[in-house]
Design a protein around this ligand. Structure first.
Ligand SMILES: C[S@@+](CC[C@H](N)C(=O)[O-])C[C@H]1O[C@@H](n2cnc3c(N)ncnc32)[C@H](O)[C@@H]1O
Length: 185
């Protein structure tokens, strides 16, 4: 069976967001945090040099999944992405991934953990700690007010200090930030 087109995979990325993501990720090295069934992963893998995906497949539309649901979600992701040789999966939590990895090897980092709010500060701290210099895209950051607050603080304090700038912003959907492009720090 031929692979599904990204927009035929169930998920959260809108067609317009997909268009923007593909523009940003063309020929780039991309890290995706939160993949679900692979809608955004395939959208990116279609155009990127490579994409590394991090997901433990433990969260679904209505919260935490039981073991069977989690295995089914994982199988669906594999089925949807199996044909992409430029796509790698890290089957673990973001916390586990961040302990031994750096964002520095990526041109674009795409963050989409949905309503999971325990990780957002850890994620932003991880970027700061490693002085990440690429493009950062956060999906639907207004899904929880705690996430919005932390991202807004990052935008207003850290981003200007890192000579980064918000280059595209849509109230309800994605926030896209460019960090330190061309700087030496
Ligand atoms: C909103 S969905 C991702 C949607 C996907 N990007 C799309 O376009 O359809 C969030 C995903 O993040 C995963 N997730 C949530 N918390 C996580 C964590 N702490 N570490 C790794 N994955 C996590 C869930 O298993 C779920 O698959």
């Amino acid at each position: 069976m031929p692979p599904k087109a990204w927009h035929n995979i169930h998920g959260w990325l809108s067609l317009e967001e997909g268009r923007v993501l593909q523009e940003l990720c063309h020929d780039k090295g991309v890290l995706e945090i939160g993949s679900y069934k692979g809608r955004s992963s395939v959208c990116i893998a279609d155009v990127a040099n490579f994409i590394d995906c991090v997901d433990h497949f433990k969260m679904g539309v209505n919260g935490r999944l039981n073991r069977q649901e989690s295995e089914d979600l994982f199988s669906e992701f594999i089925e949807n992405t199996i044909t992409f040789s430029n796509l790698n999966l890290y089957l673990e939590s973001f916390r586990e991934y961040s302990e031994f990895s750096t964002p520095k090897s990526y041109d674009v980092v795409y963050y989409d953990l949905g309503k999971s709010r325990t990780n957002i500060q850890m994620f932003l701290d991880w970027l700061i700690e490693h002085t990440y210099k690429g493009v950062l895209v956060i999906h639907n950051y207004q899904v929880h007010k705690e996430i919005t607050k932390q991202v807004d603080k990052f935008r207003k304090t850290v981003v200007p200090n890192q000579e980064g700038k918000v280059i595209w912003f849509n109230e309800k959907q994605m926030i896209r930030i460019l960090l330190n492009q061309g700087g030496d720090s």
